[in-house]
Design a protein around this ligand. Structure first.
Ligand SMILES: Cc1cc2nc3c(=O)[nH]c(=O)nc-3n(C[C@H](O)[C@H](O)[C@H](O)COP(=O)(O)OP(=O)(O)OC[C@H]3O[C@@H](n4cnc5c(N)ncnc54)[C@H](O)[C@@H]3O)c2cc1C
Length: 480
């Protein structure tokens, strides 16, 4: 560490810990995969998480692993896709590497349930067991863990980060490292390092004039409810089929959905109900009698403003009380109760500006990038969206998918910091396609692999050759 950095550390009175090769800040969806990838590529890795467990939105937020395959398009092709998923998965899957490994582990162990074939479009899990599985994977890979530790500051000298500052029950500590990965969701490390960022809708967005500049996606929660009598739920829906609505991206008939719930397979249904919330979505889980319900949402909350988040938690508690009162009036839900309500789920905050900003047209037109590190296939879900994208069934070509360029991970003006997860460099519209869990995990694998390669070859991020990164990713089974 240089003299300047040491002076700063003594000024803020932090204990200096041993240097590691790679620090990953945030042990969530992208962070766990980044840490695994970096450690497996030979780096000494420290993963820092503010909570008590790993997985972020994947475990504590009850989100599923979604968007494994190219986006089907019209309903007829969906049926063909299901066959190809079983018989020719290579033609349709967009996911390999660590994401595939984690998914297979989840399905094999029964911690997760998924769609047909080796992979599905959706995998939903039992989060408590998933947390345990992630700890085991970190131990096997030799990742060092710091839980209950919040990254609160960074030490930056010129274009390099020298270390990050943590706050925990042990007080203030500083960890020096060669490479840093910001997987905090909100881009906290990049923000503290003074990186440029945008928030929500900006002038760069194609439909900027139709929305409010700064507008972000709603916050919300996917909560779990126990003691649900699913037999009664389906008996009621069979008698009242008008109260059943298929989920847009998993269009099962009522009979198919019933069979899937009975066979402990992944399925989701929407139920129309009187009063608040009018309609609610039910996800099947591997835990009998326990389902995930969603999605109460709140508009206009900034997830990086602590007053906003506090207010949103209080509003949500009230909303859920009202939701549950009415949900309990539905057959099968009479004796149900709240099992778990996660902390507020934040969909969108800072978009850290990288060497490349991924835009709507890059995605929609399936642009080729020589620094492609993985694929995505989630249709644009940010609102407002252009007129011509309003109907995903007709506006996307069949088997549509897009490329994610490595430069969207490289933080502008900083030589040893990568972002992974939802804070990567994209416009508000493009972000809507990048934010799904599987895409965040794909980005995590690229970030971890790249950081370790830089350490091994003593290079800065911008000196890393795209070709060599892609070759390594492909060897790891990543599709890119
Ligand atoms: C309500 C809701 C439902 C969703 N449902 C789905 C779904 O079903 N399918 C899907 O594909 N996507 C879904 N998404 C989107 C998806 O879950 C997220 O976009 C994605 O998981 C983000 O991954 P991430 O790694 O960037 O962040 P996270 O998974 O949130 O991980 C960030 C981690 O960093 C930690 N952290 C944050 N700040 C600090 C700090 N300063 N110091 C230390 N640690 C820190 C956090 O505790 C967390 O563990 C949903 C999102 C929401 C809000």
């Amino acid at each position: 560490m240089t003299k300047q950095a040491k002076e700063y550390v003594s000024e803020v009175r932090a204990e200096i810990l041993d240097e590691v090769d790679v620090v990953v800040a945030g042990g969530g969806t992208a962070g766990v995969v980044a840490a695994l990838a970096a450690a497996r590529n030979g780096a000494d890795v420290m993963l820092i998480e503010r909570g008590a467990c790993l997985g972020g939105m994947l475990t504590t937020g009850n989100a599923g692993l979604t968007m494994y395959t190219k986006f089907s398009g019209p309903p007829e092709l969906r049926i063909k896709d299901q066959e190809d998923l079983k018989n020719n998965p290579e033609d349709i899957q967009i996911v390999g590497g660590i994401v595939k490994e984690i998914t297979e582990k989840l399905l094999k162990s029964g911690i997760g349930i998924g769609n047909e074939g080796t992979f599905g479009r959706y995998v939903f899990t039992s989060p408590e067991e998933f947390k345990c599985m992630l700890f085991q994977m970190m131990t096997e890979a030799g990742v060092k863990l710091r839980l209950h530790s919040m990254v609160t500051d960074v030490i930056r000298e010129d274009d390099c980060i020298k270390g990050i500052i943590l706050e925990s029950k042990s007080g203030r500590q500083m960890i020096p490292a060669k490479q840093f990965i910001d997987a905090t969701g909100d881009g906290d490390v990049a923000f503290r390092a003074g990186a440029e960022y945008t928030v929500g809708l900006t002038e760069q967005d194609v439909c900027a004039k139709h929305g409010k500049i700064g507008e972000m996606q709603n916050v919300g929660v996917m909560f779990r409810v126990g003691n649900v009598d699913l037999e009664q739920v389906f008996a009621y829906l069979e008698e009242n089929p008008d109260n059943y609505i298929a989920q847009h991206f998993a269009q099962f008939t009522l009979a198919e959905a019933k069979e899937r719930f009975q066979n402990n397979e992944m399925a989701t249904i929407n139920i129309l109900t009187d009063g608040t919330p009018g309609r609610f979505q039910v996800y099947n889980l591997p835990t009998p009698g326990v389902v995930t319900l969603c999605c109460p949402q709140i508009k206009g909350i900034d997830g990086c403003n602590v007053e906003h988040i506090t207010r949103s938690e209080i509003i949500m508690a009230d909303m859920l009380e009202r939701w549950m009162k009415n949900i309990k009036k539905n057959p099968g839900f009479e004796s149900s109760f709240l099992v778990q309500v996660p902390e507020m789920g934040i969909r969108e905050t800072r978009h850290i500006q990288g060497d490349y900003v991924l835009g709507l047209m890059d995605i929609y037109e399936q642009k080729d990038f020589e620094d492609c590190i993985g694929f995505g296939s989630h249709p644009i879900d940010t609102r407002p969206r252009p007129e011509w994208l309003n109907d995903p069934e007709t506006s996307y070509p069949p088997r549509w998918y897009f490329q994610i360029p490595f430069r969207t991970l490289i933080v502008k003006d900083i030589d040893n910091l990568l972002v992974a997860g939802r804070c990567l460099s994209a416009t508000h519209e493009a972000f809507g396609c990048i934010r799904p869990t599987v895409q965040c995990m794909i980005i995590g694998e690229a970030a971890g692999t790249a950081a370790a390669m830089c350490v091994n070859d003593n290079k800065s991020i911008r000196q890393l050759e795209y070709k060599s990164l892609r070759n390594t990713l492909i060897k790891q089974g990543v599709k890119c």
